[in-house]
Ligand binder design. Sequence first.
Ligand code: HEM
Length: 289
Amino acid sequence: MPIPSTAAERRRAERAARSGGEPELEFAGGTPYARYGAIDTLLDLQRPRTAEPSETSFIIATQVMELLFSLLAEHWERAREAMERDDTAAAVAELRRGARVQDVLVSSWDLLADLSPTEFSRFRDALGDASGFQSHTYRRLEFLLGNTSAAMVRPHRGSPRARAELERAMEEPGLYDAALGLLARRGLPVPDEALRRDRTRPYAEHPGVREAWARVYADDTPGNDLFVLAEALLDTAERVTRWRQRHLAAVKRSMGAKPGTGGSNGLRWLAANAAEDVFPELWSLRTEL
Ligand code: HEM
């Protein structure tokens, strides 16, 4: 039997002893569980607009992914901060935790795997002009990945909180900016243009950055913390692409090549995005090694 170390743990141990190990059944008002997790509020947030049952799966998939996007942003921001203070071990640990979240995000597409085009067409009009493209939480992730863009803040002009969040995310370094800064501080030849890039535009691949990473990869032992960090960044990048590819497949299955509710041409626009490598030099250097 473990020794209880806090007053609350002692109280729980005494209660379990009193009840013979059975859980508590009596509560005045609602349960502490419902209060702590705001469960009633949570379960009140799914409001299908049609009688089509699969609309609920669509809404829940969207909400689950939004929550996970926001959790992932926290891990990535902590990873970025760790790199800024040269703590590669902490950065790798946060990227690994983020990768677990990304794995759940990728498998969340299973919620929509059986959505047929007929079912989708029964509730698609109810979306109006709503599109995941307008998700500021997702956009914050893209900014953290280096895909910063002043144009992508525009849809959120009318929403002070989202706008402020994205403007801050555009000013602050992303994960890759922080990694390149770390490489430079460790004496690797990272070009100045890459270190001081224009953050109102997406990061653009640079041969000098590939050269700097190639030097890191010259020592691929676990003792080389920069190599371990590079591989953790690549794990992150690969999972981003997996999510994009599953999104693409869900779109292809449920509506083929129809235009999107957000105004894009749909499949073609998403396919072009899915084909873009995240942290490009970490991929392109592999051809040369
Ligand atoms: C069958 C279900 C879905 C379809 C058919 C679909 C379709 C589309 C389309 C066509 C776009 C391109 C922009 C547009 O014109 O609308 C888009 C973008 C997007 N969708 Fe979905 N989507 C689906 C489910 C979801 C879910 C569940 C999420 C989770 C939040 C999501 C998140 C996004 C995001 C974040 C973008 C922007 C991607 C980017 O900027 O690269 N989508 N979606």
